[in-house]
Structure formats: C-alpha cells, structure tokens
Design a binder for this molecule. Structure first.
Ligand SMILES: NC(=O)c1ccc[n+]([C@@H]2O[C@H](COP(=O)([O-])OP(=O)(O)OC[C@H]3O[C@@H](n4cnc5c(N)ncnc54)[C@H](OP(=O)(O)O)[C@@H]3O)[C@@H](O)[C@H]2O)c1
Length: 373
C-alpha cells in the first residue's frame, strides 16, 4: 500500500449561491471493504448546480462539492472486507454520492469498493468519468420506476416482454438519455422514440433511436401522438423524462400519458431554473406537480437513483461488474466531453457551474481535472 498524504484540497460551498472555496481536509484511510481513489478527473452534473444554487440535499455548510462522478487511481485498500478484486494501481470510475469522504471534488476519496468500476484498457479516465452516474441512473429508473427488465447476464435468446412497445425517451440528448438509448437497445427494446433538439437527431439514430422528435417545435406533442395514433391505449406505455422540467417536459408529457402509462421523471422537478440573479425552485415530490393535469391511472414516479443500493444485486454487481463489461464490449460509449479549464481546481469547478447555469451543455458532459498531476 502506498503512503497516503494526511491532508488534501477539496472544493466546498460556503453558503447557498456563494462562490466556491478551496479548503484543506484530512485524507480518510480506508476501512475494511473500502478503497482510496486518487481522483484525476471529475464530471460536472446538473445536481452540482441544484445543490449550489438551490441548496438541494445540503444539510450543513460548508458543504463538500461533487456529485458528477470521479475517475482516478486506487492508491490504498482496506484490510479485509469485499474489495471487489480491486488493487492498488487500478484505474477506476466511481459513482459515490454520500458526501463527506465520498464527495467527488477532492483529491482523495474513500469509498466502499462496490461504488467503483475498473476501467477497461484503452478508455481514458477523462472519458470514463462521464459514465457511472447516469448509467447507474438508467439501470435504476428503467427497472425500479418503469419496471422494465434488464437481466444480467442476458440469457441466451432472451427477448423482453415489452420488446416492441414504444418507450418514449424525452431529453434523449442529455447524458441520461444517451445512456438510456444504448441500454434499452442492447437489452432488445426495439422501439425507442426520442425527443431532443434537431441537431442531435442523427447521433441519436446512430445509437438506435427508432424515430426522433424536435422538442423545440410547437407541435411536438401532436407529432408524437400522431405517430402513435394506430396503437391501443396507453399509446405511450413507457415514458422516461430525462430532464424533469415542469414547463419543458412535464407539461407536454401530461398530454401524452394515459391510463396505464408509466412515467419516470428525473428529480428534482425544476419549477424555476437557476439564473445569475435568481434562486431556482425545485420540487422533490412529483405528485405535487400538475395536479389534475395527468390522466387518471397514469403512473408517475420521481426517480431517485441514490436509492439504487436497496437493490442488493445492483449494489454488488452494477458498478463492479456490469458497467466495466458494457464499456469493454462497446455496448455503452462514454459521453462526448467538454473539458472545463481553469488555473485551479476551484476555478474549474466554478467555471463548470457557470456553464451549467447558462444552459451551455448540449449532448456532452463537462469534465475537468481534480488533481494537478
Ligand atoms: N434523480 C435522479 O436520480 C437523477 C439522476 C441523474 C440525473 N438527474 C437529473 O436529470 C437531469 C438531466 O441530467 P443530465 O446529467 O443527463 O443532464 P445534461 O446532459 O446536462 O442535460 C443537458 C441536455 O438537456 C436537454 N434538454 C434541456 N431541456 C430540455 C427539454 N425541455 N426537452 C428535451 N431536452 C431538454 C438538452 O437538449 P438539447 O441540447 O437537445 O436542447 C441538453 O442536451 C438533471 O436535472 C439531473 O439533475 C436526476
């Protein structure tokens, strides 16, 4: 085991909507079943913005930042426990979300080994860091909220019961949406209807989208209903809302869902976006959104991926085994990356937040270096 430094730099949020700061905190040695990862790259996720501008899921300040995943090198392992075969020197990507010693924007994170995935040969850390958070989100939302099957390993000649049912992925050019198309197609769901801006349609088709709709067109809902007009009800039995915006996605989806439709909405529901001048507004209880507007019998659920560990199978296998296999086989490709520059870690983290706030992210993931070397 290499010698760990005793302290490290980390990015923290001192108060809601305050500029980020750098603080020095201890490096936590690993307990049994834990590994320490020297973080080289992190990705910036919209949750970073929901936290910094909206105070979402923050219980005290200063709050350590970083919810978009991490990638780096294992530098220490605990004595005993299930280390999932990880060894010092392994390159891993990580979806760790309990804050504190797991917060992604610090130089050394200490995490249970089941939250790490060994990165297959040939995939740079910068690319691998785009994968874990939203790939896990897709497995969780598709199985727990849409209740579609994703068996692992896939049995020979397996075909899902809903193989030909339309699955509407709204916000398909988001990181969540791009992974959703890849996963659904690989598991044999053949009828994936997607909604994004027009510029991404060709790419989404190359991933296996059956048809693409442009959400910026005023008649997008009519276009979708027209496409589904020959089907029995519910015409859209499965809907994955990868955005969770009251006006941008829930309002149109409430016109599409019918009795029996299952709708999985990424939380938080964004009632009002964060801007330079104004605080955002979020709602974590999807049943409070658009009361009376949903068809009776439509099943609308809010997605909370942080609960995926309640599924024991996914806890043990999703990050340690399934994710590396899908990457190695090329089933899942990392998101396109936009590297965020800045002289220091805290500057890069702040620049990433500013890009998220100005809605500059489209069909890509913001990534930046954590440790300088
Ligand atoms: N609760 C959970 O478990 C969970 C887990 C993961 C993510 N989330 C949430 O899910 C949301 C998406 O996350 P992400 O990382 O995938 O985001 P992202 O990649 O940063 O999202 C950017 C994309 O959103 C698209 N978009 C924005 N408004 C849209 C609309 N009204 N209709 C269709 N597309 C729209 C844009 O599409 P165009 O470029 O095509 O315009 C852009 O490509 C975030 O709010 C995040 O916090 C929640």
């Amino acid at each position: 085991m290499s010698t760990l430094p005793t302290t490290q730099r980390a990015v923290a949020l001192p108060a809601k909507r305050a500029p980020l700061i750098e603080i020095t905190i201890p490096v936590q040695p690993p307990a049994a079943g834990e590994v320490v990862v020297h973080v080289q790259w992190t990705a910036s996720s919209p949750l970073d913005l929901h936290r910094s501008d909206g105070g979402l899921l923050i219980f005290e300040y200063p709050s350590l930042q970083g919810s978009g995943g991490a990638a780096g090198t294992v530098v220490a392992i605990g004595s005993g426990g299930d280390l999932k075969g990880l060894q010092v020197g392994d390159h891993v990507s990580v979806f760790a979300f309990h804050g504190g010693k797991e917060a992604n924007q610090q130089e050394y994170i200490t995490i249970p080994a089941y939250l790490a995935s060994k990165i297959p040969e040939g995939i740079p850390l910068q690319a691998a860091v785009t994968v874990p958070v939203n790939l896990v989100t897709v497995f969780h939302s598709v199985t727990a909220d849409l209740e579609l099957e994703l068996p692992w390993p896939i049995p020979p000649h397996w075909q899902p019961k809903a193989a030909n049912e339309p699955i509407l992925v709204w916000g398909a050019s988001s990181s969540v949406g791009i992974f959703a198309i890849q996963v659904l197609r690989h598991w044999g769901y053949t009828n994936v209807l997607t909604v994004s801006s027009r510029q991404h349609h060709q790419y989404l088709k190359s991933l296996g989208a059956t048809v693409c709709f442009d959400y910026r067109k005023p008649n997008v809902v009519d276009n979708i209903l027209d496409y589904l007009k020959d089907r029995d009800e519910p015409k859209a039995p499965y809907i994955l809302d990868c955005i969770g915006s009251l006006k941008g996605t829930l309002e149109p989806l409430a016109k599409i869902a019918q009795r029996g439709s299952r709708v999985a909405v990424m939380l938080p529901v964004i009632i009002k976006d964060a801007t330079e001048d104004e605080e955002p507004e979020y709602e974590m209880d999807v049943s409070k959104c658009l009361p009376g507007k949903w068809a009776e019998g439509a099943i609308v659920r809010g997605v909370r991926t942080h609960f995926y560990l309640q599924n024991e199978f996914f806890k043990e296998r999703l990050q340690p085994e399934i994710l590396p296999a899908l990457l190695a086989q090329g089933v899942v490709k990392p998101n396109n990356q936009r590297v965020v520059e800045g002289a220091t870690l805290v500057e890069r983290a702040q620049n990433a937040l500013n890009l998220l706030r100005s809605k500059a992210v489209s069909g890509e993931r913001l990534v930046y270096r954590v440790s300088e070397e």
